[in-house]
Design a protein around this ligand. Structure first.
Ligand SMILES: *Cc1c(COP(=O)(O)O)cnc(C)c1O
Length: 376
């Protein structure tokens, strides 16, 4: 059996090596390492894929979130609601801009932001909601969008883990993750479902004025060369990364299907076990399985992880500490026990190897050892 990896980027590369190598070589030959034609070409292709009117590539997903909040013109003291069970980037940019992060609990089954919790957290200072489409399926956007409309709030989707996921509205319309709110932010970090060979990210929006503002902010706030009308940042997707992404984008649906096949195998092998819960599916969203995350309910999660590690199976804890319990984000408004679902998830989640290259032999070995470990 091949060695089991959490993410197998090497083998994925080998399958399309000639195409990737040629695309990278072309950039080197042209030497337009910044702002090469590939960047805009990839943006147009991602617009076609997602249905977003505008895609603006930037340097990474964290900066995409930061630029989104800057483009919305939020001011220090404005409150931004975000789930407490997520990667730190979401709250980090809120805090960096002097805005006030307001965290809310998540749903036990989908592990995504709960719309009821968001409704309860709204105050006169609330200006935006940042739902995170965690692990690859969309947060429940329809109620969130309704709440945002009622209270005149912006919605910025963090779709770093869910590019390609589709959400079906009550009227039957299906929309891509990242295209439902005012702005969608994604990451092309190598291990993400559409990953480049370094850092990368993008913003998506259907709003022409916002798109214009985002482009200006990402380019030093510059409208005409050396005329700076806004305070901006320097955030660019390298041409080489754009070339890699443009080569990989046509394979994204096949990559998602491969992840879904691995998830279906995990479901079938583990679904009958009473000591764990397999990932619950949203009724409204497809799941693109950035992660396949178990909740270990009838055994000690860390002991299970250790046993898997001894069997040569990597497994990861995303995320061990909710935002409100992180040292840097301590806030007199929050204490342990305030967000019981997120706190319980932090104790029991375990993500299994998930990537496009898992084969049946590996999946059989992994699931056999998971069952052995939880029943030990
Ligand atoms: C990866 C990730 C980010 C940040 O993306 P980078 O490109 O690493 O800056 C933000 N939010 C979530 C949920 C992520 O998973």
């Amino acid at each position: 059996m091949r060695e089991i990896q959490m993410v197998d980027l090497q083998r994925q590369y080998q399958r399309i090596k000639p195409e990737i190598d040629a695309a990278i070589q072309k950039v080197i030959d042209g030497a337009a390492f910044v702002k090469g034609a590939e960047v805009e070409q990839f943006a147009r292709h991602l617009e076609a894929y997602t249905g977003a009117k505008h895609v603006i590539p930037v340097a990474n997903g964290t900066e995409a979130l930061q630029i989104a909040l800057m483009a919305l013109g939020l001011k220090p003291g404005d409150e931004v609601i975000t789930p407490t069970f997520t990667f730190i980037a979401t709250a980090e940019v809120v805090a960096l801009l002097g805005l006030t992060p307001v965290v809310v609990d998540v749903d036990w089954g989908t592990m995504n932001m709960s719309a009821e919790a968001v409704a309860r957290a709204i105050t006169p200072k609330t200006k935006a909601i940042v739902p995170v489409h965690l692990f690859g399926q969309c947060a429940d956007m329809e109620p969130l969008l309704r709440i945002a409309r009622e209270h005149n709030l912006y919605v910025v989707e963090d779709t770093a883990q869910a590019i390609g996921a589709r959400y079906t509205m009550g009227d039957g319309r299906t929309m891509q993750a990242g295209t439902m709110g005012d702005i969608g932010c994604t990451s092309f970090f190598p291990s993400k479902n559409l990953g480049c060979y370094g850092d990368g990210g993008a913003l998506m929006t259907n709003d022409d004025a916002l798109a214009q503002k985002i482009r200006i902010i990402a380019n030093h706030g510059m409208t005409i060369r050396y005329h700076h009308d806004m305070i901006g940042v320097n955030s660019r997707l390298d041409t080489i990364q754009a070339a890699v992404l443009d080569t990989k984008l046509p394979y994204l649906d096949a990559y998602i299907a491969a992840r879904q096949r691995a998830a279906a195998y995990y479901d079938k092998a583990l679904g009958g076990c009473s000591r764990l819960d397999i990932p619950e599916r949203s009724r409204h969203s497809t799941h693109v399985f950035h992660q396949y995350t178990l909740r270990i309910t009838g055994a000690d999660r860390d002991a299970v992880r250790q046993a898997l590690s001894e069997a040569g199976i990597p497994a990861m804890v995303y995320y061990p500490i909710p935002l409100h319990l992180q040292k840097a984000y301590q806030d007199p408004r929050y204490k342990a026990g305030d967000f019981p679902v997120a706190e319980r998830l932090a104790q029991c989640v375990l993500s299994l190897p998930m990537h496009t290259e898992l084969d049946e032999e590996q999946l059989a070995y992994i699931t056999e050892h998971v069952l052995r470990a939880v029943n030990a």
